[in-house]
Design a protein around this ligand. Structure first.
Ligand code: FAD
Length: 395
């Protein structure tokens, strides 16, 4: 036996790491801990909100990982003892490891907006983890009367999926245009700018006229209080906005188990050594995905999976007494403004002086002056990307 690896989290980062560990070396004993029997992806959940994709079509199971020899345990990791190298599960079991991989994604900072806590999210969803929250928001959009206002409170940096709120606003507008054409989308933003902003703004004008309004932080966009009963929000300078459907995406931090393992810093995220994604604080624990500080890589499913592949190669080398390979990572984030209108941002990353750096001229944004055939092609590539990555990660 080459060694024992426990992976916590069966999302983009964790499932990729578990699968690629087995591909590198089938002799490594790999255990994946993930409570959900099916993982529902945030990517393409905005299409479900717009009534353009069945919920079942964004769900993925773990049979292929099992077929590769990964032991999949559906439980929650409750605590980590980094000194004894053991993980305790909520069900009571304890798992020993030589190397631990955490890919727990995000948790909400429930203290960041007055009145917005886990129970308020049961009425006013964030839908920033896919599952019951996504279905709740879809139901509310379906039940809304024509002429209503959808208010989306967008979070401060750094957060999961920088273009995500703006793709959501686009696809909700797409649904409104088809089903409730007198309705409006209002984005109240805690920031003064966002990913692919110029491309989004131009696309919104072309596709939706004045249906989508964006208010940045300095124009009083930052939401500081939520009244979930009344579906009202208050912004920094005291304005009140009433919504017919309210979607609050609060500030975020690394998933709780990272804190329990002692690998987070005061920012709430996990600092890692870029060459191995091993914690800077606790040896033997690698962390990938949204939970990490990996800028300039964005917090995306593509990034999480790319990091997972690197960590699998690193751990397979370490457990076999080889020098880990030099890493490189790639990311592309597609956003759909409608089912036929896609835009993208791509980046390629390498180590420069021990830090992650974007390789100049190796990525970039969709052109601003592209014609509709180009936007249609990028929308097709987005679907191809989704099919390819979900096949790669879950089979
Ligand atoms: P996740 O994929 O969330 O996986 C974390 C897993 O860990 C979860 O399954 C959770 O159940 C499990 N877990 C947590 N704690 C524990 C514990 N204690 N014990 C056991 N298991 C645990 N990215 C893209 O690349 N492209 C896109 O088009 C895109 N679109 C998006 C759209 C939206 C609306 C949103 C919200 C996000 C989007 N993303 C997109 C971002 C993407 O979803 C995340 O970046 C990605 O899921 C991060 O992967 P991860 O492995 O870090 O976390």
């Amino acid at each position: 036996q080459a060694g024992r690896v426990v992976v916590v989290g069966g999302g983009f980062g964790g499932a990729t790491t578990a699968k690629y560990l087995k591909r590198h070396d089938p002799a490594i004993a790999v255990t994946l801990v993930e409570p959900a029997e099916r993982f529902y992806t945030c990517p393409f959940s905005n299409l479900h909100l717009a009534g353009l994709r069945d919920f079942a079509a964004i769900g993925h199971g773990f049979d292929e990982l099992r077929a590769l020899g990964v032991e999949v345990i559906h439980d929650l990791a409750d605590d980590v003892d980094g000194t004894a190298q053991r993980v305790r599960l909520a069900g009571g079991a304890e798992l020993a490891y030589d190397r631990l991989v955490l890919s727990p994604g995000i948790d909400m900072r429930w203290d960041s907006i007055e009145g917005y806590d886990a129970s308020a999210a049961g009425k006013v969803p964030h839908a920033w983890k896919a599952g019951a929250q996504t279905r709740l928001l879809r139901r509310q959009l379906e039940e809304m009367e024509d002429g209503g206002v959808f208010v989306l409170a967008a979070p401060p940096n750094p957060f999961r999926c920088p273009p995500g709120p703006y793709e959501r606003a686009s696809l909700v507008a797409n649904y409104f245009k088809r089903a409730k054409p007198r309705s409006k989308v209002l984005i109240l933003d805690a920031k003064n700018g966002f990913s692919k902003q110029g491309l989004f703004a131009a696309g919104w004008k072309e596709l939706y006229g004045g249906m989508i309004e964006w208010v940045g932080q300095s124009d009083d966009g930052r939401v500081i209080r939520v009244d979930a009963e009344r579906r009202e929000v208050e912004t920094e300078f005291g304005n009140i906005h009433r919504a017919d459907v309210l979607n609050v995406v609060p500030a975020q931090k690394a998933g709780l188990i990272a804190e329990r393992a002692g690998v987070t810093d005061s920012s709430g995220w996990v600092p890692v050594k870029p060459e191995t994604f091993e914690s800077r604080v606790v040896p033997g624990i690698h962390v990938v995905g949204d939970a990490t500080v990996a800028a300039p890589m964005p917090k995306s499913g593509f990034s999480a999976s790319a990091q997972g592949k690197v960590v699998a190669a690193v751990i397979a080398a370490m457990l076999n007494g080889r020098t880990p390979p030099q890493p490189a990572w790639t990311n592309t984030c597609y956003s759909l403004l409608s089912p036929d209108y896609g835009i993208s941002v791509a980046g390629h990353y390498r180590l420069v002086d021990g830090e992650i750096a974007e390789v100049p001229d190796a990525g970039g944004l969709s052109p601003a002056d592209a014609d509709s055939a180009f936007r249609r092609a990028e929308a097709r590539y987005a679907v191809g990307w989704y099919e390819a990555i979900t096949q790669d990660v879950w089979g």
